[in-house]
Design a protein around this ligand. Structure first.
Ligand code: NDP
Ligand code: MG
Length: 374
């Protein structure tokens, strides 16, 4: 039986990972959440992990709820050591935001396989994460659908180009005048994927594609100018790889994250899964278009940040996390997200070879810069 450690178990990817674990009878030896104590209790009763990790302020509540079980409730400050030391060779990191970075590093340092949904680990600390994986020989398996697709299309030959597909989000084709009027409720209605709030807003601003571009550079060692973003409204082609002979390999499937989660967990094997079969004959068309980078300016900003490298991807990421949070709390408007992230980026000090502490300081500085804007 496969033993897995699941970080961010209470989120969108976390709960879908639980579906995959149920389907294949995987044992979850430790799980983490931040605030959703009710769901952590339910999952702990169902999977009987050795550890349940929760935000400090919710510890007492979860301990009381699990008082009649043998599950050990530990605070979030111990999430990295639990991830590194608990029984199980595979850790799926589905925490949201830069909060997932230290765990990714700890997992790799312990030589465990990292199934990575937490793209912000690669965006903010990609160089450090890669260096740690190289040092210990631990594997990183992508969970993000585009990166899972690219990973599946790699055939060992030199890559000429990566074609990174994007759904375009709920505001495809819209211009700034329209976007000025958008509310959190409008932005949370994604056309094809059902995801956590932060990534759903990132999909609406196309920041998600910018983060994924950086993630692809870090995961596959391809330079930013060799990654072409294509808007593909149907979310059937999850990304493509083009080789020197101009042959293009694409990975397709119904838009269901459980396929990517399962592939990372069963790699290199493929097993019967939970996603629906694709009926090609019923697909009217698969369309591809260039993104509107004049309107959705965070995508080119991310390309700029990773081209320069160092701590700059962490600066855009931190500013964006703060801006999305402010937008969801209705402190700023939708188009302010673009403005405040760009402003924070301009203010960031460049560090070419940042340490982990430099990355977190860059993140804090970017958040402060955003807070100054409203
Ligand atoms: P959710 O917001 O649904 O879930 C986030 C998880 O992280 C929850 O378990 C949450 O706990 C936990 N969490 C939040 N803050 C902290 C913190 N400070 N420390 C530790 N844990 C914390 O996010 P998603 O599942 O949508 O996304 C998770 C990651 O996967 C992101 O990096 C995202 O970009 C990536 N991803 C998601 C996809 C999707 O379809 N959802 C697709 C591809 C990538 P709680 O809820 O208990 O507070
Ligand atoms: Mg994705």
């Amino acid at each position: 039986m496969k033993n897995i450690i699941l970080l961010g178990a209470t989120g969108s990817i976390g709960t879908q990972t639980c579906d995959v674990a149920r389907r294949h009878g995987f044992r979850i030896t430790a799980l983490s959440g931040h605030s959703n104590v009710k769901l952590l209790e339910e999952l702990s009763r169902e999977f009987s992990p050795l550890y349940a990790v929760v935000g400090e302020e919710y510890m007492g509540d979860l301990k009381t709820r699990l008082g009649d079980t043998s599950v050990k409730v530990v605070p979030e400050s111990e999430i990295h050591s639990v991830a590194a030391q608990c029984e199980g060779d595979t850790v799926l990191n589905a925490v949201m935001g830069i909060a997932g970075l230290r765990s990714s590093l700890a997992v790799l340092e312990a030589g465990k396989t990292l199934c990575l949904a937490n793209k912000e680990s690669m965006v903010t600390g990609g160089d450090l994460v890669n260096a740690m994986a190289k040092k210990t020989g631990a594997k990183i398996l992508p969970v993000d659908s585009e990166h899972s697709a690219i990973f599946q299309c790699l055939d060992g030959n030199k890559v000429k180009k990566i074609l990174l597909t994007a759904s375009g989000g709920p505001f495809y084709g819209k211009k700034r005048e329209f976007l000025d009027t958008v509310t959190p409720e409008d932005a949370l209605a994604h056309p094809t994927w059902n995801m956590g709030k932060k990534i759903t807003i990132d999909s609406a601003t196309l920041m998600n594609k910018g983060l994924e571009l950086i993630e692809a550079v870090q995961l596959f060692g391809v330079s930013p100018d060799k990654i072409e973003v294509l808007v593909h409204r149907q979310s059937i082609v999850h990304s493509m790889v083009q080789y020197e002979d101009n042959a293009v390999l694409a990975q397709c499937g119904a838009p269901d994250m459980r396929t990517c989660i399962q592939y990372a967990l069963t790699y290199p094997e493929r097993k019967a899964g939970l996603a629906k079969e694709l009926d090609f004959a019923s697909l009217a068309a698969l369309t591809f278009a260039r993104p509107d980078e004049d309107t959705f300016t965070l995508l080119p900003l991310c390309r700029k940040a990773i081209t320069r490298g160092g701590n700059l991807p962490a600066a855009v990421n931190g500013a964006n996390e703060a801006a999305v949070d402010a937008f969801l709390r209705k402190k700023i408007g939708f188009t302010d997200i673009f403005r405040v992230v760009e402003r924070a980026y301009e203010k960031a000090f460049f560090i070419e070879n940042p340490t982990v502490e430099d990355i977190f300081e860059t993140d804090r500085a970017a958040r402060r810069a955003v807070a100054e804007e409203y």
